[in-house]
Design a protein around this ligand. Structure first.
Ligand SMILES: [Ca+2]
Ligand SMILES: [Ca+2]
Length: 279
């Protein structure tokens, strides 16, 4: 998850590039016959953004929608609503890495007529994915409440179909949490992001409570610099995992209890390194 997060940040940061040399069209290799979508630099201001989605229709360039002062990109181009015209899923973001894109459904209604609607409830760093389900082509988004907050980790998968010009939610499922015996959550830093917080659990089964502690990284709302200290003092055991929730689960690797990061990511002790690593 964390690698994905960082990749997402990189992508968002790259999309913040500006300038008049920006290409005026996006790859559209998978486009079905019909409208071909691309983005254009709108306006003449210094911080020109590729804020305009256009479509080529029968040799004509039609403005589909201007998202003023935003970056745009047509992510998917195909007939999503089954009416024979090429539609698009459009990513729109403000540049930088604060937030993932918003996503819009552009329906080509024929001729120069397009309808654009936001796809609601999405907070996805990875963007849309086409899936086949029961013989139907649908679009899946995986959202994560990543960002500057102390809320509990939440990952939800939303699947949409497109009817006419409307995105219709087919299903939404939240990734369930693996239960923990004891845990620490980002929310304990809500009132004060400074210092360290800890909890205790007998990690090595010697009957003595050990301490697990973390600091906090406000920018991404994650626990940071987590470490375990065993009772009796064999030193600090670093926990290499950036989590919004770190807990102890009822299984172990070698002599040491396994940990859970966020919903269900396993974090296990590596005796050779004397560290915990996320798997
Ligand atoms: Ca269509
Ligand atoms: Ca112990």
């Amino acid at each position: 998850m964390f690698a994905v997060l960082l990749a997402g940040i990189g992508l968002a940061a790259c999309s913040a590039e500006t300038g008049a040399e920006a290409p005026d069209s996006a790859p559209a290799a998978d486009a079905a016959p019909g409208a071909v979508y691309s983005m254009r630099v709108g306006g003449t201001e210094e911080w020109a953004m590729r804020d305009t989605i256009v479509a080529e229709v029968d040799g004509e360039t039609v403005t589909v929608r201007v998202f003023e002062d935003m970056h745009t990109f047509p992510e998917l181009q195909l007939d999503l609503n089954g009416d024979g015209t090429t539609d698009a899923i459009i990513a729109v973001n403000g540049g930088g890495n604060c937030c993932p894109s918003d996503y819009y459904f552009a329906a080509h209604r024929g001729g120069r007529d397009f309808t654009v609607r936001q796809i609601p409830g999405i907070y996805s760093w990875e963007g849309p994915e086409l899936i086949e389900q029961d013989g139907e082509t649908l679009v899946k988004f995986v959202s994560v409440n990543e960002g500057m907050n102390t809320r509990d980790f939440r990952e939800w998968t939303s699947i949409f179909r497109f009817e006419g010009d409307m995105p219709v939610l087919v299903s939404e499922a939240v990734r369930p949490e693996m239960p923990a015996l004891a845990e620490l959550r980002s929310s304990v830093f809500e009132d004060n992001p400074d210092g360290r917080r800890s909890f205790t659990h007998d990690l090595n089964g010697d009957g003595r409570a050990d301490s697990i502690s973390c600091a906090f990284w406000p920018r991404w709302g994650r626990l940071s610099d987590c470490a375990a200290e065993l009772a009796g003092g064999s030193g600090r055991i670093q926990i290499e995992a950036g989590c919004k929730r770190l807990g102890v689960v009822g299984q172990s690797t070698g002599r040491m209890s396994d940990l859970v990061c966020d919903a269900d990511r396993m974090v296990q002790f590596d005796a050779a390194e004397n560290k915990y690593f996320a798997r």
